[in-house]
Ligand binder design. Structure first.
Ligand code: FAD
Ligand code: DLZ
Ligand code: SF4
Length: 512
């Protein structure tokens, strides 16, 4: 053939760069399910099923167009088990002039691409991934000109660049950011919308059987699998979100509810990241609802900011700072990841619920990830590498480019403040304000010390005490450090004692 075009599991977009000049008469598309990608971390079973099934459906759609797809299934005889092995085999089979690639989502895979340039007997062309609003080169120009990077300023540039929610040169409504309106508590009697979930089709059920057979002890359950695996269904999910939830998304964006894992969230990250939906069309759908008067500005701006702001920003930071980024450990955190992240067995109800949602759906929404699961790992001082691996494997939307900056930077402050200006440390009061978890917990969220006290309360202060050297000069932590300075020595002693006792009693026996 003339061109061999590799499509990775998270490149399932018909308009992707490597397929742009596809000629069905002469070209072949290569897709491969390989053990190396399926096991570089022990992915949640739902993540594996989602990705393999979406890959198979994408291949079928290309074939229906008359494109030759060379698809290697995981169980196929002769499968070399790695992308490199499968690419080399396919180059032998098809003797192409060139191998056409789109830049991958992970540094690890880009290294492989570079090796292939040396190893393969054909030209290797790597194209920019133009599914993102901001290219890696553009981000670098933006970042290099600045002493400190802050998402908010980057986001404004992306608003200008895309014209989304712009009124000429000015932001729609006069403000760039309506976040202050997006922190409401969930009223007890507010009815939650029934969210659209999808029954597994025949191909998905086949993949489920494969995953149960080949990955029997991976984290998570398949019983509740409800993700879309085709672009058609992903579009349905997007439309359902816009119709049922977007209007309320802003108000309760930070809220958490026991037994309500999805609330008013988009549930679109797996589709965006794997390529079934594009960032631009998702934002256009939300802005369209605003223009039609179907959703308020605070909701639509909040949603658009997550996508053209945070999502693009973390990707930019990732590519600019890798591979050094993940090696730093600014707060010298050195605790093993507690078992509760795997078992959900803990008396801390907020953690039990958030791990349970994660196990059942390969999903938890942003505030559970940040302010419950992340906050606890930060306060407990868990090793960055173990926290990163956990997040990378448990979520259906997790790829290193998006997971790492969120975990290493936003949650753990292991990067010393390159991504964000302060660690998101919080005591139990925050969780109590934003959720109904505390009402079902055996701990008392109001109690500060002692056996019944909410562990977040003393862990929070213990964290600030432990990390005083690294954090006390941070302007944004000036207030808590001023409060801490007023604590009597006995109170400090009590906090340290309770924290030590609690943390020493946490089982941490699992081997990654
Ligand atoms: P919505 O609340 O509906 O938001 C809409 C979209 O905005 C999301 O689909 C997502 O594409 C984007 N978005 C929102 N916040 C972020 C963010 N902080 N960074 C990047 N994109 C964002 N998101 C992932 O896609 N993959 C990950 O591996 C991932 N790991 C995370 C780890 C931690 C510790 C934290 C705090 C956040 C992480 N996020 C990750 C971001 C966010 O939690 C998820 O994107 C979101 O929960 C997905 O659900 P949703 O589609 O319902 O989101
Ligand atoms: C995540 C993943 C998994 C589990 N399996 C495959 C696979 O078998 N074949 C493939 O092409 N891609 C897979 N992926 C996605 C890749 O790991 C992804 O392309 C990289 O993580 C870069 O983002
Ligand atoms: Fe979590 Fe503390 Fe509330 Fe229990 S009391 S749910 S541990 S914040």
């Amino acid at each position: 053939c003339k061109a061999l075009r590799l499509i990775l599991g998270d490149q399932l977009t018909r308009g992707i760069a490597s397929l742009k000049d596809l000629d069905p008469a002469t070209d072949v598309v290569l897709m491969a399910e390989v053990m190396e990608e399926a096991s570089y971390v022990g992915h949640h079973k739902q993540k594996l099923v989602f990705l393999f099934s979406a890959m198979r459906n994408f291949a079928a759609e290309l074939r229906a167009e008359g494109v030759e797809v060379d698809y290697v299934e995981l169980d196929q005889r002769g499968n070399m088990g790695s992308l490199g092995g499968e690419v080399a085999r396919a180059v032998k089979r098809h003797a192409p002039d060139r191998l056409v690639l789109t830049e991958p989502g992970e540094w690890r895979v880009e290294e492989m691409f570079h090796d292939w340039r040396e190893e393969l007997d054909c030209d290797v062309i790597i194209r920019q991934d133009d599914r993102f609003v901001c290219s890696r080169a553009e981000f670098e120009v933006w970042a290099r000109g600045r002493r400190a990077w802050r998402m908010e300023f980057f986001y404004r540039e992306m608003r200008r660049k895309t014209g989304l929610l712009m009124d000429g040169e000015k932001p729609e409504g006069g403000q760039w950011n309506y976040d202050v309106e997006n922190r409401k508590r969930l009223p007890k009697d507010l009815e939650l919308p029934e969210r659209l979930r999808f029954q597994p089709d025949a191909e998905t059920r086949k993949v489920m059987e494969l995953v149960e057979r080949r990955f029997p002890s991976n984290f998570g359950t398949l019983e509740t699998f409800g993700w879309a695996v085709t672009r058609k269904d992903a579009l349905k999910a997007l439309n359902e979100f816009v119709a049922s939830s977007l209007g309320t998304y802003g108000d309760y964006q930070d809220a958490m509810k026991q037994g309500g894992p999805f609330l008013f969230h988009g549930l679109i990250s797996p589709y965006l990241n794997a390529g079934l939906l594009t960032a631009r069309e998702v934002c256009d759908a939300a802005v369209g609802a605003y223009e039609a008067g179907a959703a308020p500005l605070n909701a639509v701006e909040g949603f658009v900011r997550q996508i053209i702001g945070w999502r693009e920003y973390v990707r930019g930071v990732y590519w600019l700072t890798m591979p050094d980024y993940r090696e730093t450990n600014h707060l010298s955190a050195d605790r093993k990841l507690p078992d509760l992240y795997w078992t959900a067995q803990t008396d801390m109800n907020c953690l039990a619920q958030s791990v349970g949602d994660t196990r059942d759906h390969a999903y938890a929404h942003h505030i559970q990830r940040l302010m419950v699961l992340g906050n606890f790992a930060l306060l407990a001082g868990v090793r960055p590498r173990e926290v990163q691996d956990w997040y990378l494997l448990v979520y259906v939307d997790a790829y290193e480019w998006v997971e790492l900056p969120n975990v290493h930077g936003m949650v753990l402050f292991a990067d010393g403040g390159r991504l964000g200006s302060k660690p998101y440390a919080a005591s139990g009061a925050y969780i109590d304000r934003m959720s109904d978890y505390c009402g079902h917990c055996r701990y008392d969220v109001k109690a500060k010390t002692g056996a019944n006290a909410c562990p977040f309360n003393y862990l929070y202060w213990d964290f600030l005490i432990r990390n005083e050297k690294a954090l006390a000069k941070n302007q944004r932590l000036a207030m808590p450090y001023r409060n801490l300075a007023r604590f009597k020595p006995e109170r400090v002693k009590e906090i340290r004692r309770d924290a030590k006792q609690f943390l020493d009693g946490l089982p941490a026996t699992y081997e990654g």
